[in-house]
Every structure is written in C-alpha cells, then in structure tokens.
Design a protein around this ligand. Structure first.
Ligand code: AHG
Ligand code: MN
Ligand code: MN
Length: 315
C-alpha cells in the first residue's frame, strides 16, 4: 500500500511543493466530509450571490472556496490564490514559492441531485507571475467526490490516483493512469448543437454515424456535466471531452476557465498519454490574458483529439 505522503517523497525533493499538494488534499478531505452531509445541513441550494463570471453561487461554492482559502493561507509555501469564486487573486503575506489556481467546487449544478462534483487545482511557480501558460505547471490535480473520494495527481512523472479511506488517509489505487490511444466514447453537451461550428458538428456527426460512417466504429455518448467526473472517466478508460468554442460562447472565449479548469486537466491528460487542444492550439500553450480567462477545451484519447484537430485544420 502506498500512501500520498510516500508517493510525494518519491515524486519530488521539494518539500514546499509537497506541502502545497498536502494542503489541497487536506482541504479536499475536509470538503468530502462537508459534502457527505450537505443535503441534511441544507447547503445544496443557492447562496444568493453571483460570482465574477456572472454565475449564481451555491452555498457550497462559497464554503468550498473558504475551506481551500483557509488551508492555503496557513501554508507558507503559497504566495497567491486564484479561485473561480474570487474576483481578484488573493496575495498572502507569505512570499511562498507557489501560486495555486483552483476551481474549489466543479460541477456544482449537480449538487442537488447527488451527482459527482470535484475540486480542481493547478500549481505554478510564483516567479512566473499570475499569467503563466499551462506548460509552466509544477503540479496539478483534482478530487472527485463520487461513490469514492478520488484524487488524481501529477507532479514530475506519472499521473497517480488516490482514494480517501475511512481513517482520512489517501491511498494510491492507480500508479500510472494511461489514457488509451483510441476510444469509442465522446462527451459533449449535445443540447448546444445549434451553436456548434463546422468542425464540432462534423466530428460528432461522424461518431453518430457509427460503423457505417467514416470513423468505422460505434460510439457511445457520456456527459455528466461535472468536468471532474467526465475527465476521471477519460483518464481511466479513454474517450474525448469537448466544450468547444460555439456561437454563443465566442464573445467570452469559451465556457471553461483556462487557469483552473482547462490547464490542470490538460496537463493531467497529457501526462497520461492523451492530448489536449482548443481546436487550433495545444491548451498548454495558450498565453493567458486574465485570471478568469475562458478557453475552448477538447481533450482525451489522442486519436480522437487528432480527428477533431483535423476537422479544425480543414476550415
Ligand atoms: P462549475 O460548476 O465550476 O461552474 O463548472 C461546471 C462546468 C463543467 O464542470 C462542466 O463540464 C460544464 O460546466 C457543464 O456545462 P453545461 O452546463 O453546459 O452542461
Ligand atoms: Mn468548474
Ligand atoms: Mn466551480
């Protein structure tokens, strides 16, 4: 049995970096306990405010943000926190070596129906400033609060998966997650079809055509509506996730946020042998222009992502 602490020591000699991951693991363990009883505590509803993205905040969005903030503020290795739920970056008094960008609670629209939600985070060197490419990440991970509480992590090498046991210990369950090269599953919100561009429409139509179509095989569609759950599935058994630029999201640059959704997920998927793109550029090469910047997201099994890139290259 390998614990998170043992894995961290094997993964990096940088004790400060290890401590940042431990802070996020501690925050997530605390949140897992909160989420488990949230319907009883009446916390699954709206908080009554909107965040900087203009989205209605749920009580648990606010609680999750507070829990992550509390754990990171206590850690001298962290200089800055960027959060989906905070308009501005929080600069701590500590001159720590690392910046953390987080979506403290992803998929919160699924809370009232007891479907998997999660916490996503990206760790960057403080020296690089607030706006760094995903390529600069030194660690990234996410926690999925599902039937089991699972944490996916990457530091230097392989993508590892841990599960929180009953005693509060994170136990490794997968040493090196690998996204299969090919897959027969795709994930996209098909209710947005009328907004899609020609590339997205072309790719999805080929999949739906199945054995008789140009892809020559049958596909299944899966869409949880929590990126953490959709990406965990892709890391375990392959597939592709698409939240492309469409005619409704063009003015915003996309739906998902670069710093704390797209970048950490792209870095994990690439670390597990998959690919990621905006359609026209590797997500990890996108130069950020703002901390809440949005970006088109297409990632997963390499062969599927390449087919989408081919569609974009045509038009
Ligand atoms: P958040 O709850 O942090 O706002 O993120 C939700 C995201 C992501 O998890 C999911 O893939 C996507 O929004 C769902 O979008 P639709 O509402 O279009 O299904
Ligand atoms: Mn999110
Ligand atoms: Mn969120």
């Amino acid at each position: 049995m390998t614990t998170l602490a043992q894995w961290l020591v094997a993964e990096t000699e940088d004790a400060a970096l290890r401590s940042v991951v431990v802070s996020m693991a501690d925050a997530s363990a605390e949140l897992a306990a909160v989420l488990r009883v949230a319907p009883i505590a009446g916390q699954t509803g709206l908080a009554g405010h909107t965040n900087v993205q203009g989205e209605a905040q749920k009580a648990l969005d606010v609680i999750s943000n507070d829990v992550v903030l509390k754990h990171l503020r206590e850690n001298p290795a962290v200089s800055v926190l960027i959060s989906e739920e905070l308009d501005d970056a929080v600069h701590f008094e500590n001159q720590g070596a690392f910046i953390v960008a987080t979506d403290p609670l992803d998929g919160s629209s699924n809370l009232d129906v007891n479907v998997t939600v999660g916490t996503i985070f990206s760790v960057l060197p403080s020296a690089g400033g607030l706006l760094q490419k995903g390529r600069a990440q030194v660690a990234a991970g996410f926690v999925a609060y599902g039937p089991a509480t699972s944490m996916v992590l990457r530091i230097a090498g392989d993508v590892s998966v841990f599960t929180l046991d009953g005693g509060g210990e994170w136990v490794q369950v997968v040493a090196a997650a690998t996204v299969p090269e090919a897959s027969g599953e795709f994930a996209i919100n098909t209710a947005r079809e009328r907004f899609w561009d020609a590339a997205t429409l072309g790719y999805v139509k080929e999949n739906i055509a199945g054995e008789a179509g140009p892809a020559g095989k049958r596909y299944n569609m899966r869409w949880v509506g929590s990126m953490v759950a959709d990406i965990l599935r892709i890391l375990m058994r392959g597939g592709i996730f698409l939240y492309p630029l469409d005619s409704e999201t063009t003015s915003k640059g996309g739906r998902l946020r670069l710093l704390y959704e797209a970048n950490p997920m792209a870095w994990l998927v690439e670390g597990a042998g998959g690919r990621s793109t905006t359609g026209r550029q590797d997500i990890l090469d996108v130069e950020p222009t703002g901390i809440h910047q949005r970006v088109p997201v297409i990632l997963g099994s390499a062969e599927e992502v390449r087919r989408v890139e081919d569609w974009y290259a045509r038009g």
